[in-house]
Ligand binder design. Structure first.
Ligand SMILES: C[S@@+](CC[C@H](N)C(=O)[O-])C[C@H]1O[C@@H](n2cnc3c(N)ncnc32)[C@H](O)[C@@H]1O
Length: 246
């Protein structure tokens, strides 16, 4: 890593406590809050080359359909990445786990048929830059599949989310923000939303700041978006992938 560069693309993602508790709790949430079934829906019908962003401990890997030729799984956090490497061995498709962050993907432009994000766009430090990168690496017409939590539609919860995001939540939850308007940001980044469904997770019980979820498919528009030069990468000159130390 280039030593003094404070550009977000070169900063490590280091949330050791969060990473450990997430690794323990996420399988329970898959089972008890219905996230496992939503992951299946997220991935169904995928084919070709896929890049998964912020793969965590690899909970999606065993769920990829066999028609997927290859998954490049980006994970910047070292503990989760080690778990992801083990999970990759149990997948039915080849999964290559790569240390990098969404803001600077170390892959060629237009190299993938699909990009997958699950509960990640809340945590990336620079959402707009990340979405530009996701768009860059997708072939024209390629799909962005997303399962994300975001801004609640009720006023009281939306205010609560904003307050949490400005105070304790990101520090406690590995950089997570609860109030991002994911669908609006995806559109703004040059995707057309094919389908999306608003969900409450878990379906029953008291709503949590992360309960407003969306499961969707967006397609990369072929026309350049504001300020984009056709064919240019987000980072001409190519940064080294940001990574933390194992
Ligand atoms: C809540 S976890 C979700 C993990 C996994 N996608 C899942 O569904 O279980 C958020 C993930 O985003 C990753 N992350 C945080 N900042 C990131 C960034 N800038 N680029 C890519 N991934 C990031 C974290 O390391 C973590 O693995």
């Amino acid at each position: 890593m280039r030593g003094r560069n404070r550009d977000v693309r070169h900063q490590p993602v280091h949330h050791p406590l969060f990473a450990r508790s997430y690794a323990r709790l996420a399988p329970l949430a898959d089972e008890r809050a219905g996230l496992g079934a939503l992951r299946d829906e997220l991935l169904t019908g995928l084919t070709g080359r896929v890049i998964e962003i912020g793969a965590g401990s690899g909970l999606n890997f065993a769920r990829y359909p066999r028609q997927v030729a290859e998954v490049v799984a980006i994970e910047p956090e070292s503990h989760l990445r080690r778990l992801a490497v083990t999970a990759a061995l149990r997948a039915h498709v080849p999964v290559d786990v790569v240390p990098a962050r969404a803001e600077a993907l170390p892959v060629k432009s237009e190299a993938f048929d699909a990009v997958v994000t699950a509960l990640v766009l809340c945590s990336v430090q620079d959402l707009r830059r990340s979405l530009r990168e996701l768009r860059r690496v997708l072939r024209p017409g390629g799909e962005l599949r997303f399962l994300e939590h975001g801004r609640a539609r009720g006023r009281a919860m939306a205010l609560t989310q904003r307050a949490l995001d400005r105070t304790v939540w990101p520090a406690l939850c590995g950089g997570c923000h609860t109030s991002r308007d994911i669908v609006a940001e995806v559109r703004r980044a040059g995707f057309e939303i094919d389908t999306h469904r608003r969900l409450r997770v878990p379906e029953r019980g008291l709503p949590l700041p992360t309960s407003s979820c969306v499961l969707g498919v967006a397609r990369r528009l072929t026309l350049p978006v504001d300020g984009e030069r056709p064919g240019a990468t987000d980072d001409d000159g190519g940064p080294p992938p940001a990574q933390d130390q194992d």
